[in-house]
Design a protein around this ligand. Structure first.
Ligand code: PPY
Length: 311
C-alpha cells in the first residue's frame, strides 16, 4: 500500500497516518505531499492507494482545502478517520532568543490556534504562511550561524518536527486551547464500503435544486424524520457565483443502516445531486443513539406492512 499524506515528515497528518497499523508494515510506503490537493491527486491518478488529510479542527473548524477537493472532481471516498491531540511548540535555530523572533512561519490552522499566545508573548511578530507546520520547521537551519536567510525566524510546529529538524524549542504547549484535537480522514478511490460496526459515520455533500426559503430545512428534515443525528454541517461555496452553496454533512450511522439509507433516498429525491463520500468507523467508537421507531426492524416492519396493504 502507498499512503500519500500532507507532509513533509513531522506533520500532524503524519501522526494520524501512523495511527494506522497497516501504514507501518514493511511493505507500506508513506508518500509525503506538499499539499492536501497533491495528496488527493495522487490517489485519483493511482500513484497512491490511499491518502490521509486533515478535515476538521476543534479550534478552526473545517479544512476548506479538503472539503472542497472531496466535494468536486473524480470521486473519492472516506474509509476511516483518526483523531490527533494537537500540541504546538515554538522552535528556532539554536542560539535564537525569544525577543529576536520577528516573523513566525506555520500552517494557517496552527496560526489560528496560537493567536492568543502570540498576542501575549510576541505581539510584534508577523505571520508567514507555510504549506504545513513541518514545512515551516524544515525551512529553518538548526544552527543560526550557518543559517541561509529565511523569511521567518521561528516555526510553530509539533514537538516531533522540532526534533526531526534539529531545532531548539523556545516555548512548549503554546496552543490557546489545551484540549485541541484535529480529525483526519483516510481516503481511497471508490470501492467496497467498510462494514457497519454500530459506531459509524457517513459523509455526504448535498447540492440543492434551487435556492428557496426553507431549502436547508428541507434537507435537514430528511435526517430528522428518520432519527439521524448530524455530527458536522458546513456550507461551502460551489464556485458557481456569490450565494451558491452546497452542504457538507457528517451523520451518525452507516449507509447500511435503514434510517441512514432512507434519509439518503429522501435527499436523492429533493436534491439536484447527492455526493456519497463514504461510511466508516468512528474514531471515538461512540455508538449511535437510535430512537424507538427508527431501528432497522422498524423500517423493515413498516415496509412489510405497506406491501401487505398494497396487496
Ligand atoms: O501542518 C501540519 O502539521 C498538518 O498536518 C496540518 C495541521 C496544521 C495544524 C493543526 C492540525 C493539522
Amino acid at each position: 500500500m502507498r499512503y500519500a499524506y500532507l507532509g513533509p515528515e513531522g506533520t500532524f497528518t503524519e501522526q494520524a497516518l501512523l495511527q494506522l497499523p497497516s501504514a507501518s508494515t514493511p511493505d507500506a510506503r508513506r508518500v509525503p505531499c506538499a499539499t492536501v490537493d497533491a495528496a488527493l491527486a495522487a490517489v485519483r491518478s493511482g500513484s497512491a492507494d490511499a491518502a490521509v488529510v486533515p478535515i476538521e479542527n476543534s479550534a478552526e473548524g473545517g479544512v476548506s482545502a479538503t472539503l472542497d477537493a472531496l466535494a468536486t472532481g473524480d470521486p473519492l471516498v472516506v474509509v476511516g478517520e483518526m483523531l490527533v491531540p494537537i500540541t504546538f511548540v515554538l522552535a528556532a535555530p539554536r542560539g535564537t532568543a525569544l525577543g529576536e523572533v520577528r516573523a513566525v512561519g506555520t500552517h494557517s490552522h496552527a496560526w489560528a490556534q496560537v493567536r492568543g499566545w502570540m498576542a501575549k508573548h510576541l505581539p510584534q511578530a508577523s505571520y508567514v504562511p507555510t504549506l504545513s507546520t513541518a514545512a515551516a520547521a524544515a525551512g529553518l537551519a538548526p544552527d543560526r550561524a550557518a543559517a541561509e536567510p529565511s523569511p521567518y525566524d521561528a516555526a510553530v510546529c509539533a514537538p516531533l518536527a522540532a526534533t526531526v529538524h534539529g531545532l531548539e524549542v523556545l516555548a512548549s504547549d503554546i496552543g490557546d486551547d489545551a484540549g485541541a484535537v484535529t480529525r483526519f480522514v483516510l481516503v481511497t478511490r471508490p470501492g467496497a464500503t467498510p462494514p457497519a460496526t454500530g459506531a459509524d459515520k457517513t459523509t455526504v455533500v448535498l447540492y440543492q435544486r434551487a435556492d428557496h426559503p426553507g431549502g436547508l430545512l428541507e434537507l435537514l428534515e430528511q435526517f430528522a424524520a428518520r432519527g439521524v443525528n448530524l455530527t458536522r454541517l458546513e456550507s461551502r461555496p460551489t464556485g458557481e457565483g456569490m450565494g451558491r452553496y452546497c452542504f457538507s454533512v457528517d451523520v451518525a450511522g452507516h449507509v447500511a443502516d435503514e434510517r441512514v439509507g432512507e434519509a439518503l433516498m429522501g435527499l436523492r429525491r429533493v436534491c439536484a445531486d447527492v455526493r456519497f463520500l463514504g461510511s466508516y468507523p468512528r474514531a471515538d467508537r461512540l455508538p449511535a443513539t437510535v430512537a424507538a421507531g427508527t431501528r432497522d426492524d422498524d423500517f423493515v416492519a413498516a415496509r412489510e406492512w405497506l406491501r401487505s396493504v398494497r396487496g
